[in-house]
Write a protein that binds this ligand. Sequence first.
Ligand SMILES: Nc1ncnc2c1ncn2[C@@H]1O[C@H](COP(=O)(O)OP(=O)(O)OP(=O)(O)O)[C@@H](O)[C@H]1O
Ligand SMILES: [Mg+2]
Length: 306
Amino acid sequence: MIEARGLQKRFGNFQALKGIDINVKKGEIYGFLGHNGAGKSTTMNILTGFSKADAGSCIVNGWDIAKVAHPGDLHLGYLPEEPKFYPWMTAQESLYYLGNLWTQGSVEKRVEELLQWVGLDKAAKRKVGGFSRGMRQRLGMAAALFYDPDLLMLDEPSSALDPEGRSDVLNLILDLKARGKTVFVSTHILSDAERVCDRVGILSQGQMIIEKSLETLLAENVQSIYDIVFNKPCEPEILARIKQLPGIQEVNGKNERLSVWVETPESSGKALFSLFGTADIMVQSCALRRATLEDIFLEEVGKGVL
Ligand SMILES: Nc1ncnc2c1ncn2[C@@H]1O[C@H](COP(=O)(O)OP(=O)(O)OP(=O)(O)O)[C@@H](O)[C@H]1O
Ligand SMILES: [Mg+2]
């Protein structure tokens, strides 16, 4: 559905994209992850035809984007980072306006359906100028879905939403997948990505450092982690002693909270807890868990290889 090769983009002297490849298959939910400024929106503006790459090639929805005269020709739905609407129009009027641009006949039913779908039915007759960021994001989502496209490009669809709104968006994305759509979604919320994505691409400083199925990524990084909470901040001396125990791979966290990465619980658990037994510190809670997408992201991006 998307095949990008060697995409580059420069702003003045700043190389924002350093030659990235992206592969998105039909029918999958692809999570595009990366820190602030990694280049996600820049990439998405190129993939949707709103901005031109300096170098590289890209096929989107069967079209070579270099040969597409107008972004509308790509037949995709795009929710930009900051969707823009006319502030004097109501939510309903904004969608009527959008619908009447390319549709013959009545769009009333479609507008009503979309407003309900994104949870804006009660705000349908309110002016968009008075909308919160989250409400604008919901309206942007309705606009992206208007023409029922096969490919949805969503730039941080849930960043401004409350927990209920986030959950609605995730369900909407899963619903789209169930209807055979392909969804390319950028997000900072790694637990959300872990819940819905089939594959993920991690972008760091304009370079793609990982592109894999989520299942493979998690399976390759099976890692046992103890999350420990103490009754007081853990002193540097105790930290140093933990790091020297057998099978300890990494120790993260500060103050009362530590995450200790171990080869296996068998290799380190006993030594770890006998150390706490002799030190002047008390464990308030301890949970053994597997590495999440967030742990892997922080580990990979934090390696500082780029
Ligand atoms: N029009 C522009 N002019 C100059 N620099 C730009 C422009 N657009 C983006 N950049 C720079 O390119 C880099 C990538 O920006 P981009 O908006 O793509 O990041 P992002 O991954 O979407 O970040 P965020 O998570 O904050 O949305 C940043 O350093 C940004 O300052
Ligand atoms: Mg962005």
